[in-house]
Unconditional design. Structure first.
Length: 365
């Protein structure tokens, strides 16, 4: 058989010098799946280019604070975790080792990432060791004991999310005004779960965790105007209505008053609230709201009026157009009430308005 064809039928052996460097650095010799890190999504997720294809990779065995999630607000140390991960591997060609499963339910590759020789550090473990991620114990994995030991060391040293014994995170959450969930004891073994002026009574002890997570998720995913409807569909009632219906509660007991958010001023004719903009797909509109999240990706700038970017409108500026906008748009626009003019379209099922010029976005005084 011709030699040229033989070379295609049999994989080339790993060069001896590369094998030696891998062993010297502690990198498994079989972890020869390679890719260049081209984007840091958050502290436990990256985008890796392997040849012509770019894949999302979820780091095995760790859980870092969420920087962008439709069901939760940005978590404590989320930006710091992403920055630290970027300092480790952004722009580098890393070695990837597969775990027990190839992908998760979202189609992301599940991998251990190793820095290239002669460094060879395991990126997943470094995130835990420096306090920027917890060990993810929901599913067993081969390096779990190693990661737990690294987490205990980070706790002892008060690094990252473990600063001040965890009290730094508690203060941060309170300062952010995260909606509180109250659990009130009722007669017998029943409880009431209260959040944002809505209540579900008659909850048994075994269901408290499930009901609490449900109402917290609904509060995070929905605007103020949509929250009551979503909570009603989940079996919650406004406190005033629930109070009128309830009977037989402990004498003298009452739920603490929870005020609804103040009604916003009516918008001028022809201006659409950000809460309603996603209902105008295919139309050119003027939308108004306060920008609460701005994220610069590799190819675009994303501006959001609500953390739930899957449901509510996103204002998008493509990378090639960002130079036309203020030099630091993240600081310039965040927290400002703006009006944006553009056509509402869907991108992968998510509503957005694409703008090309700063003339399309006006800061309201």
């Amino acid at each position: 058989m011709p030699r040229s064809r033989q070379r295609h039928l049999f994989p080339a052996p790993l060069p001896r010098i590369a094998l030696f460097l891998c062993l010297l650095a502690g990198v498994p010799a079989l972890a020869q799946e390679r890719g260049k890190v081209v984007e840091i999504v958050d502290g436990d997720t990256v985008r890796v280019q392997d040849g012509r294809e770019i894949r999302t990779v979820r780091l095995i065995g760790i859980d870092a604070p969420e920087r962008s999630h439709p069901s939760r607000t940005k978590e404590f140390q989320a930006d710091e975790a992403a920055v630290f991960l970027a300092s480790l591997c952004d722009g580098k060609t890393v070695l990837m080792e597969r775990g027990d499963e190839d992908t998760d339910r979202y189609g992301r590759l599940l991998r251990y990432l190793f820095l290239p020789p002669p460094d060879g550090r395991l990126v997943n473990r470094e995130m835990v060791l420096h306090g920027y991620a917890r060990t993810y114990r929901r599913f067993p994995f081969s390096r779990e004991a190693e990661f737990i030991e690294a987490e205990e060391q980070a706790r002892r040293e008060g690094k990252g999310i473990w600063r001040e014994g965890g009290m730094a995170e508690v203060r941060w959450v309170r300062e952010k005004g995260t909606p509180a969930v109250e659990i009130l004891p009722l007669t017998g073994e029943n409880f009431a779960v209260v959040c944002g002026g809505m209540v579900k009574s008659g909850v048994v002890r075994n269901d408290l965790g499930k009901v609490t997570q449900e109402i917290f998720r609904l509060r995070a995913e929905n605007s103020d105007s949509d929250f009551e409807r979503a909570a009603r569909e989940a079996g919650f009632l406004p406190i005033a209505v629930a109070g009128a219906r309830s009977a037989g509660g402990p004498e003298g007991s009452s739920s603490p008053p929870v005020s609804s958010p103040p009604a916003s001023s009516p918008l001028p004719q022809g201006v659409v609230s950000w809460e309603e903009a996603h209902r105008h797909v295919g139309r050119e509109i003027t939308v108004e709201g306060t920008l609460v999240r701005i994220y610069r990706g590799k190819k675009a700038l994303f501006m959001n009026f609500h953390p739930n970017w899957k449901k509510y409108i996103t204002v998008v500026v493509l990378g090639k157009d960002i130079r036309r906008f203020p030099s630091d748009p993240e600081t310039f626009y965040k927290g400002k009430t703006v009006r944006v003019v553009g056509k509402v379209t869907l991108y992968n099922g998510r509503p957005e308005i694409l703008i090309r010029s700063p003339d399309a976005i006006t800061i309201m005084e």
